[in-house]
Design a protein around this ligand. Structure first.
Ligand SMILES: C[S@@+](CC[C@H](N)C(=O)[O-])C[C@H]1O[C@@H](n2cnc3c(N)ncnc32)[C@H](O)[C@@H]1O
Length: 237
């Protein structure tokens, strides 16, 4: 789990999402008190895909963000890609209306799309899981059109403040307990808090995005500072 590195970690993540795919959405609603829907809407607000534009949602899972993008603007082409067949299949089976998404199987570290192709690239809860965050962000930059938008939704390590002990109880005890009851896969919901607490701070992630080449980078925090939505643009030249 969180101590794993390289391909071992990638395989663990892929296998884990395969095991929880059918219960993933229900678990999200429960552990975020339904707030995850608001964050995904904000991701699509920031993506700001123009009419007839192209949206790529990587690590799309069951397609929540991708479908929100299409529902907001049905003139766009929406591509949802993930390396877990089971997650995408759960999305297709559970929500037949998501057939409007062009589903594609791919690793976020090697996107099978040409450069300068998409108006926006979004991701939800991917960047903490990839074995090379810079490589994944570089791939997102490559497939974006100049001035195209990147939006990254991810959990953040709790800040040092009065709420920290309560947030740590929610992360380390409440989420694993609900996860065990709802999915029967306790390791998956131990991995989530453990990888969150080891992940980059929002400022560090913003700097990583700048280093990779994005401009206009900023972020907004949600849920007592435990969730961040980062955004930025590909430069014009
Ligand atoms: C926590 S789920 C998020 C799903 C969806 N984006 C959402 O917001 O609910 C993380 C997803 O990332 C996918 N994922 C993790 N690493 C990946 C990689 N290297 N390439 C493609 N997908 C990856 C997993 O298969 C899983 O579906």
């Amino acid at each position: 789990m969180a101590h794993l590195t390289g391909q071992e970690r990638a395989q663990y993540v892929q296998n884990m999402f395969g095991r929880i795919a059918d219960r993933y959405d229900r678990m999200n609603r429960l552990m975020t008190f339904g707030q995850d829907v608001t964050w995904r809407r904000y991701v699509i607000d920031k993506a700001n895909v123009p009419p007839n534009g192209r949206l790529l949602d990587i690590a799309t899972g069951t397609g929540d963000i991708a479908f929100e993008g299409w529902a907001r603007n049905p003139t766009i082409q929406t591509v949802g890609t993930d390396f877990s067949y089971e997650m995408m299949d759960a999305g297709r089976r559970t929500y037949p209306e998501r057939r409007v998404i062009d589903w594609a199987d791919s690793d976020a570290l090697a996107l099978p799309f040409p450069e300068n192709h998409f108006d926006a690239v979004t991701s939800g809860f991917l960047i903490r899981n990839v074995i090379d965050a810079e490589k994944s962000l570089s791939e997102q930059l490559r497939v974006l059109k100049p001035a195209g938008t990147v939006v990254v939704l991810e959990s953040s390590p709790p800040k040092d403040n009065l709420l920290k002990p309560f947030i740590k109880i929610h992360l380390n005890y409440v989420i694993p307990l609900i996860g065990r009851i709802v999915t029967g896969q306790s390791d998956a919901y131990q991995y989530l808090p453990s990888s969150t607490q080891k992940f980059q701070t929002p400022n560090a992630l913003a700097n990583t995005m700048r280093r990779v080449g994005f401009v206009g980078v900023g972020y907004r925090m949600f849920m007592f500072g435990t969730i961040a939505v980062h955004f930025g643009r590909k430069p014009l030249d």
